[in-house]
Design a protein around this ligand. Structure first.
Ligand code: GN1
Ligand code: MG
Length: 380
Protein backbone atom coordinates (compact mmCIF):
# COMPACT_ATOMS: atom_id res chain seq x y z
CA UNK A 1 0.00 0.00 0.00
CA UNK A 2 1.26 3.44 -0.82
CA UNK A 3 0.26 6.35 1.39
CA UNK A 4 0.67 9.80 -0.06
CA UNK A 5 2.48 12.22 2.17
CA UNK A 6 0.82 15.64 2.11
CA UNK A 7 2.93 18.68 1.30
CA UNK A 8 4.75 19.85 4.40
CA UNK A 9 6.67 22.92 5.38
CA UNK A 10 10.07 21.71 6.71
CA UNK A 11 10.15 24.28 9.49
CA UNK A 12 6.65 23.43 10.73
CA UNK A 13 7.53 19.76 10.53
CA UNK A 14 10.68 20.23 12.64
CA UNK A 15 8.67 22.18 15.18
CA UNK A 16 5.89 19.60 15.39
CA UNK A 17 8.47 16.87 15.74
CA UNK A 18 10.02 18.69 18.70
CA UNK A 19 6.59 19.23 20.26
CA UNK A 20 5.80 15.52 19.88
CA UNK A 21 9.11 14.63 21.56
CA UNK A 22 8.41 16.98 24.45
CA UNK A 23 5.07 15.24 24.99
CA UNK A 24 6.82 11.86 24.76
CA UNK A 25 4.93 10.60 21.71
CA UNK A 26 6.55 7.36 20.51
CA UNK A 27 6.88 6.04 16.98
CA UNK A 28 8.31 7.54 13.82
CA UNK A 29 6.81 10.88 12.86
CA UNK A 30 5.04 10.46 9.53
CA UNK A 31 3.22 13.63 8.44
CA UNK A 32 1.11 16.55 9.50
CA UNK A 33 -1.84 18.47 8.08
CA UNK A 34 -2.86 21.94 9.15
CA UNK A 35 -6.50 22.06 10.26
CA UNK A 36 -7.75 25.31 8.85
CA UNK A 37 -10.73 25.87 11.12
CA UNK A 38 -10.50 28.48 13.86
CA UNK A 39 -9.62 32.14 13.61
CA UNK A 40 -7.35 32.35 16.62
CA UNK A 41 -5.25 29.24 17.42
CA UNK A 42 -3.20 27.14 14.97
CA UNK A 43 -4.16 23.46 14.82
CA UNK A 44 -2.45 20.47 13.25
CA UNK A 45 -3.30 16.82 12.84
CA UNK A 46 0.01 15.06 13.38
CA UNK A 47 0.46 11.47 12.23
CA UNK A 48 2.87 8.86 13.61
CA UNK A 49 3.56 5.30 12.49
CA UNK A 50 2.84 2.56 15.03
CA UNK A 51 3.00 -1.18 15.13
CA UNK A 52 -0.61 -2.34 15.36
CA UNK A 53 0.40 -5.37 17.44
CA UNK A 54 0.24 -7.89 14.59
CA UNK A 55 3.41 -6.71 12.89
CA UNK A 56 1.56 -4.33 10.57
CA UNK A 57 2.10 -0.59 10.59
CA UNK A 58 -0.76 1.75 11.32
CA UNK A 59 -1.17 5.50 11.59
CA UNK A 60 -1.81 7.06 14.98
CA UNK A 61 -2.86 10.72 14.96
CA UNK A 62 -2.76 13.49 17.54
CA UNK A 63 -4.06 17.02 17.66
CA UNK A 64 -1.38 19.64 18.23
CA UNK A 65 -2.30 23.27 18.80
CA UNK A 66 -0.32 26.45 19.15
CA UNK A 67 -2.36 28.68 21.42
CA UNK A 68 -2.51 32.31 20.34
CA UNK A 69 -1.01 34.16 23.30
CA UNK A 70 -2.00 37.55 21.90
CA UNK A 71 -5.62 36.48 22.40
CA UNK A 72 -5.01 34.32 25.48
CA UNK A 73 -2.52 36.09 27.68
CA UNK A 74 -2.70 33.56 30.53
CA UNK A 75 -2.44 30.22 28.73
CA UNK A 76 -1.31 28.25 31.80
CA UNK A 77 -4.48 29.21 33.68
CA UNK A 78 -6.44 28.44 30.52
CA UNK A 79 -5.10 24.88 30.54
CA UNK A 80 -6.03 24.58 34.23
CA UNK A 81 -9.59 25.62 33.35
CA UNK A 82 -9.76 22.95 30.66
CA UNK A 83 -8.47 20.31 33.07
CA UNK A 84 -11.10 21.19 35.67
CA UNK A 85 -13.99 21.31 33.22
CA UNK A 86 -13.12 18.09 31.39
CA UNK A 87 -12.55 16.31 34.72
CA UNK A 88 -15.99 17.46 35.94
CA UNK A 89 -17.62 16.10 32.79
CA UNK A 90 -15.59 12.88 32.87
CA UNK A 91 -16.76 12.14 36.40
CA UNK A 92 -20.36 12.38 35.28
CA UNK A 93 -19.85 10.52 31.99
CA UNK A 94 -16.77 8.36 32.23
CA UNK A 95 -17.44 6.60 28.90
CA UNK A 96 -18.05 9.73 26.82
CA UNK A 97 -15.57 10.76 24.14
CA UNK A 98 -13.27 13.51 25.39
CA UNK A 99 -10.00 15.23 24.66
CA UNK A 100 -7.09 14.09 26.84
CA UNK A 101 -4.14 16.43 26.98
CA UNK A 102 -0.76 14.75 27.19
CA UNK A 103 1.91 15.76 29.71
CA UNK A 104 5.57 16.57 29.30
CA UNK A 105 8.33 14.98 31.41
CA UNK A 106 7.84 17.91 33.82
CA UNK A 107 4.17 16.82 34.22
CA UNK A 108 2.82 19.87 32.44
CA UNK A 109 -0.06 19.70 29.96
CA UNK A 110 1.58 22.35 27.82
CA UNK A 111 4.93 23.27 26.37
CA UNK A 112 6.04 26.86 26.47
CA UNK A 113 9.07 27.74 24.40
CA UNK A 114 10.40 30.54 22.24
CA UNK A 115 8.00 29.55 19.44
CA UNK A 116 4.90 29.79 21.55
CA UNK A 117 2.56 27.82 23.73
CA UNK A 118 1.79 24.28 22.61
CA UNK A 119 -0.57 21.50 23.67
CA UNK A 120 -1.16 18.00 22.39
CA UNK A 121 -4.20 15.77 22.72
CA UNK A 122 -5.73 12.63 21.27
CA UNK A 123 -7.25 13.04 17.82
CA UNK A 124 -10.92 12.05 17.67
CA UNK A 125 -11.86 10.60 14.24
CA UNK A 126 -14.92 12.61 13.34
CA UNK A 127 -16.43 15.14 10.97
CA UNK A 128 -17.05 18.82 11.59
CA UNK A 129 -19.27 21.23 9.70
CA UNK A 130 -18.55 24.83 8.86
CA UNK A 131 -21.89 25.12 7.12
CA UNK A 132 -24.68 22.62 7.41
CA UNK A 133 -28.14 22.27 5.87
CA UNK A 134 -28.91 18.95 7.53
CA UNK A 135 -31.50 19.77 10.19
CA UNK A 136 -30.75 16.58 12.17
CA UNK A 137 -27.11 17.56 12.46
CA UNK A 138 -28.05 21.09 13.53
CA UNK A 139 -30.48 19.78 16.12
CA UNK A 140 -27.77 17.45 17.43
CA UNK A 141 -25.41 20.41 17.70
CA UNK A 142 -28.06 22.29 19.69
CA UNK A 143 -28.40 19.31 22.01
CA UNK A 144 -24.63 19.04 22.42
CA UNK A 145 -24.19 22.69 23.44
CA UNK A 146 -27.32 22.55 25.64
CA UNK A 147 -26.07 19.39 27.28
CA UNK A 148 -22.66 21.00 27.82
CA UNK A 149 -24.27 23.81 29.82
CA UNK A 150 -26.44 21.46 31.83
CA UNK A 151 -23.40 19.29 32.68
CA UNK A 152 -21.65 22.35 34.05
CA UNK A 153 -24.67 23.76 35.88
CA UNK A 154 -23.31 22.40 39.20
CA UNK A 155 -19.71 23.44 38.47
CA UNK A 156 -18.38 26.07 40.85
CA UNK A 157 -17.82 29.06 38.53
CA UNK A 158 -15.43 30.71 41.02
CA UNK A 159 -12.91 27.94 40.19
CA UNK A 160 -12.58 29.28 36.66
CA UNK A 161 -10.00 31.80 35.57
CA UNK A 162 -11.30 34.47 33.17
CA UNK A 163 -9.15 33.54 30.15
CA UNK A 164 -10.32 36.66 28.28
CA UNK A 165 -11.82 39.19 30.69
CA UNK A 166 -15.08 40.84 29.52
CA UNK A 167 -15.17 38.49 26.53
CA UNK A 168 -18.90 38.95 25.91
CA UNK A 169 -19.33 42.31 27.59
CA UNK A 170 -20.91 44.04 24.60
CA UNK A 171 -20.70 47.49 26.24
CA UNK A 172 -16.94 47.12 26.62
CA UNK A 173 -16.63 45.88 23.02
CA UNK A 174 -18.41 49.04 21.86
CA UNK A 175 -16.24 51.22 24.10
CA UNK A 176 -13.11 49.74 22.56
CA UNK A 177 -14.48 50.23 19.04
CA UNK A 178 -15.22 53.88 19.79
CA UNK A 179 -11.80 54.49 21.33
CA UNK A 180 -10.03 52.94 18.34
CA UNK A 181 -12.28 54.86 15.98
CA UNK A 182 -11.18 58.10 17.66
CA UNK A 183 -7.49 57.12 17.54
CA UNK A 184 -7.75 55.71 13.99
CA UNK A 185 -4.21 54.24 14.11
CA UNK A 186 -4.23 52.93 10.51
CA UNK A 187 -6.27 55.69 8.88
CA UNK A 188 -9.10 53.29 8.02
CA UNK A 189 -12.05 55.03 9.67
CA UNK A 190 -13.13 57.03 6.60
CA UNK A 191 -13.46 53.84 4.57
CA UNK A 192 -15.77 52.15 7.09
CA UNK A 193 -18.08 55.04 7.99
CA UNK A 194 -21.30 53.24 6.93
CA UNK A 195 -20.45 50.17 9.03
CA UNK A 196 -19.51 52.28 12.06
CA UNK A 197 -22.64 54.40 11.73
CA UNK A 198 -24.91 51.39 11.57
CA UNK A 199 -23.27 49.61 14.50
CA UNK A 200 -23.48 52.76 16.64
CA UNK A 201 -27.14 53.23 15.67
CA UNK A 202 -28.03 49.84 17.24
CA UNK A 203 -25.73 50.12 20.25
CA UNK A 204 -28.51 50.23 22.86
CA UNK A 205 -30.27 47.15 21.49
CA UNK A 206 -26.97 45.30 21.04
CA UNK A 207 -26.00 46.02 24.66
CA UNK A 208 -29.39 45.12 26.15
CA UNK A 209 -28.26 41.71 27.48
CA UNK A 210 -25.13 43.16 29.06
CA UNK A 211 -27.25 45.86 30.72
CA UNK A 212 -29.79 43.33 31.96
CA UNK A 213 -26.98 41.26 33.47
CA UNK A 214 -25.53 44.33 35.18
CA UNK A 215 -28.94 45.08 36.67
CA UNK A 216 -29.16 41.51 37.98
CA UNK A 217 -31.92 40.47 35.59
CA UNK A 218 -30.01 37.59 33.98
CA UNK A 219 -28.17 34.87 35.93
CA UNK A 220 -24.55 33.94 35.39
CA UNK A 221 -23.82 30.34 34.38
CA UNK A 222 -20.76 28.44 33.21
CA UNK A 223 -20.86 28.78 29.45
CA UNK A 224 -18.74 27.69 26.49
CA UNK A 225 -18.67 31.15 24.88
CA UNK A 226 -17.47 30.06 21.44
CA UNK A 227 -20.24 27.84 20.11
CA UNK A 228 -19.52 27.69 16.41
CA UNK A 229 -20.97 24.47 15.04
CA UNK A 230 -17.46 23.43 14.01
CA UNK A 231 -16.66 23.16 17.71
CA UNK A 232 -18.79 20.01 17.84
CA UNK A 233 -17.25 16.77 16.59
CA UNK A 234 -19.77 14.44 14.93
CA UNK A 235 -19.68 10.71 14.29
CA UNK A 236 -19.01 10.24 10.58
CA UNK A 237 -21.65 7.56 10.09
CA UNK A 238 -24.48 8.45 12.48
CA UNK A 239 -24.22 12.31 12.60
CA UNK A 240 -24.42 11.94 16.36
CA UNK A 241 -22.55 14.65 18.29
CA UNK A 242 -19.51 13.08 19.95
CA UNK A 243 -17.96 15.89 21.96
CA UNK A 244 -17.85 19.66 22.31
CA UNK A 245 -14.32 20.98 21.82
CA UNK A 246 -12.44 24.30 22.03
CA UNK A 247 -12.82 24.90 25.75
CA UNK A 248 -10.48 27.92 25.81
CA UNK A 249 -13.25 30.37 26.62
CA UNK A 250 -15.26 28.29 29.11
CA UNK A 251 -16.03 30.97 31.66
CA UNK A 252 -18.94 32.39 33.59
CA UNK A 253 -21.40 33.82 31.05
CA UNK A 254 -25.03 34.11 30.00
CA UNK A 255 -27.03 31.34 28.35
CA UNK A 256 -27.66 33.64 25.39
CA UNK A 257 -23.95 33.92 24.73
CA UNK A 258 -23.90 30.27 23.71
CA UNK A 259 -27.27 30.23 21.97
CA UNK A 260 -26.72 33.48 20.06
CA UNK A 261 -23.17 32.69 18.99
CA UNK A 262 -24.21 29.27 17.69
CA UNK A 263 -27.10 30.73 15.69
CA UNK A 264 -25.17 33.62 14.18
CA UNK A 265 -22.72 31.06 12.83
CA UNK A 266 -24.81 28.00 11.94
CA UNK A 267 -28.01 29.68 10.75
CA UNK A 268 -26.37 32.21 8.45
CA UNK A 269 -27.22 31.52 4.78
CA UNK A 270 -23.54 32.03 3.94
CA UNK A 271 -20.16 31.51 5.56
CA UNK A 272 -18.92 34.05 8.06
CA UNK A 273 -16.57 35.67 5.55
CA UNK A 274 -18.70 35.62 2.43
CA UNK A 275 -17.62 38.58 0.26
CA UNK A 276 -21.20 38.99 -0.98
CA UNK A 277 -22.62 40.35 2.25
CA UNK A 278 -26.05 40.88 0.70
CA UNK A 279 -26.45 37.10 0.64
CA UNK A 280 -26.11 36.84 4.44
CA UNK A 281 -29.24 36.32 6.48
CA UNK A 282 -30.94 34.07 8.99
CA UNK A 283 -32.21 30.66 7.90
CA UNK A 284 -35.22 30.20 10.18
CA UNK A 285 -35.35 26.44 9.65
CA UNK A 286 -31.79 26.08 10.92
CA UNK A 287 -32.65 28.42 13.78
CA UNK A 288 -35.64 26.27 14.66
CA UNK A 289 -33.71 22.98 14.51
CA UNK A 290 -30.96 24.35 16.76
CA UNK A 291 -33.50 25.83 19.20
CA UNK A 292 -35.27 22.47 19.45
CA UNK A 293 -32.06 20.66 20.36
CA UNK A 294 -30.75 23.34 22.72
CA UNK A 295 -34.02 23.85 24.60
CA UNK A 296 -34.73 20.14 24.83
CA UNK A 297 -31.67 20.04 27.10
CA UNK A 298 -31.89 23.38 28.88
CA UNK A 299 -35.56 24.46 29.10
CA UNK A 300 -36.05 23.04 32.60
CA UNK A 301 -33.07 25.05 33.89
CA UNK A 302 -33.84 28.42 32.34
CA UNK A 303 -35.71 31.28 33.96
CA UNK A 304 -38.20 33.41 32.05
CA UNK A 305 -35.87 36.33 31.37
CA UNK A 306 -33.34 33.92 29.85
CA UNK A 307 -35.93 32.40 27.52
CA UNK A 308 -37.14 35.87 26.60
CA UNK A 309 -33.64 36.98 25.56
CA UNK A 310 -32.64 33.98 23.40
CA UNK A 311 -33.97 35.53 20.18
CA UNK A 312 -32.34 38.84 21.05
CA UNK A 313 -29.06 37.06 21.89
CA UNK A 314 -28.59 36.14 18.21
CA UNK A 315 -28.73 39.81 17.20
CA UNK A 316 -26.49 40.75 20.12
CA UNK A 317 -23.82 38.22 19.23
CA UNK A 318 -23.85 39.16 15.54
CA UNK A 319 -23.43 42.87 16.41
CA UNK A 320 -20.82 42.15 19.06
CA UNK A 321 -18.73 40.11 16.64
CA UNK A 322 -19.15 42.79 13.98
CA UNK A 323 -17.69 45.34 16.44
CA UNK A 324 -14.80 42.95 17.14
CA UNK A 325 -14.02 42.33 13.46
CA UNK A 326 -14.30 46.03 12.65
CA UNK A 327 -12.19 47.04 15.63
CA UNK A 328 -9.51 44.56 14.56
CA UNK A 329 -9.62 46.05 11.08
CA UNK A 330 -9.18 49.56 12.51
CA UNK A 331 -6.13 48.59 14.57
CA UNK A 332 -4.41 46.69 11.75
CA UNK A 333 -5.66 43.06 11.96
CA UNK A 334 -3.90 41.94 15.10
CA UNK A 335 -6.30 39.52 16.73
CA UNK A 336 -8.04 37.37 14.11
CA UNK A 337 -6.11 35.36 11.55
CA UNK A 338 -6.67 36.93 8.14
CA UNK A 339 -6.11 35.41 4.71
CA UNK A 340 -6.03 38.66 2.74
CA UNK A 341 -6.10 42.44 3.33
CA UNK A 342 -9.64 43.50 4.11
CA UNK A 343 -10.68 40.06 5.41
CA UNK A 344 -11.88 41.53 8.72
CA UNK A 345 -13.92 44.16 6.86
CA UNK A 346 -15.56 41.44 4.74
CA UNK A 347 -16.41 39.58 7.94
CA UNK A 348 -17.80 42.78 9.50
CA UNK A 349 -20.12 43.44 6.55
CA UNK A 350 -21.36 39.88 6.62
CA UNK A 351 -22.23 40.03 10.35
CA UNK A 352 -23.97 43.38 9.86
CA UNK A 353 -26.10 42.03 6.99
CA UNK A 354 -26.99 39.03 9.13
CA UNK A 355 -27.88 41.22 12.13
CA UNK A 356 -30.14 43.39 9.96
CA UNK A 357 -32.00 40.34 8.70
CA UNK A 358 -32.36 39.04 12.28
CA UNK A 359 -34.15 42.24 13.26
CA UNK A 360 -36.78 41.52 10.60
CA UNK A 361 -37.22 37.96 11.84
CA UNK A 362 -37.14 38.67 15.58
CA UNK A 363 -40.86 38.01 16.14
CA UNK A 364 -40.63 34.61 14.46
CA UNK A 365 -37.48 33.74 16.41
CA UNK A 366 -39.15 34.64 19.70
CA UNK A 367 -42.26 32.64 18.85
CA UNK A 368 -40.18 29.53 18.09
CA UNK A 369 -38.13 29.88 21.28
CA UNK A 370 -41.20 30.34 23.48
CA UNK A 371 -42.91 27.35 21.94
CA UNK A 372 -39.85 25.08 22.38
CA UNK A 373 -39.30 26.29 25.94
CA UNK A 374 -42.91 25.64 26.90
CA UNK A 375 -42.98 22.15 25.37
CA UNK A 376 -39.69 20.98 26.84
CA UNK A 377 -40.35 22.50 30.25
CA UNK A 378 -43.50 20.39 30.52
CA UNK A 379 -41.51 17.27 29.61
CA UNK A 380 -40.20 16.52 33.11
C1 GN1 B 1 -12.78 33.01 17.13
O1 GN1 B 1 -10.88 30.75 16.69
P1 GN1 B 1 -12.32 30.43 16.69
O2 GN1 B 1 -12.82 30.25 15.32
O3 GN1 B 1 -12.68 29.27 17.60
C2 GN1 B 1 -13.18 33.80 18.37
C3 GN1 B 1 -14.68 33.78 18.54
C4 GN1 B 1 -15.34 34.34 17.31
C5 GN1 B 1 -14.87 33.54 16.10
C6 GN1 B 1 -15.40 34.14 14.83
C7 GN1 B 1 -11.17 33.27 21.48
O4 GN1 B 1 -13.11 31.67 17.32
O5 GN1 B 1 -15.05 34.57 19.66
O6 GN1 B 1 -16.73 34.27 17.41
O7 GN1 B 1 -13.44 33.53 16.00
N1 GN1 B 1 -12.53 33.20 19.53
C8 GN1 B 1 -11.83 33.96 20.38
O8 GN1 B 1 -15.14 33.29 13.79
O9 GN1 B 1 -11.75 35.18 20.25
MG1 MG C 1 -12.41 29.17 19.66
Amino acid sequence: MRINIPEMNPETMRKLLAVGEAFRIPGPFFSYEEIKVGNVNHSYKVNYIRDDGSGMAKIKSYLVQRVNTYAFQHPVELMQNIDKVTEHIRQKRPEAVSLHFHHTAERKNYLMDTDGFWRLSNYVPSVTYSTCDDLDVVRNAGQAFGDFQVMLSDFDASKLFYTIPDFHDTRKRYEKLKADMAADPCGRVAEVRPELDWLLSVEEEACRMTDMYRRGELPLRVTHNDTKINNVLFDEKTSRALVVIDLDTVMPGLVGHDFGDAIRFAANFVEEDCPEAEKAGLNLNIFWAFAEGFLEQTARELCESEVETLGLSCFVLACELATRFLDDYLVGDKYFKTDYPGHNLVRTRCQIALAKDMLKKMDAMNAIVRDCARRYKEQE
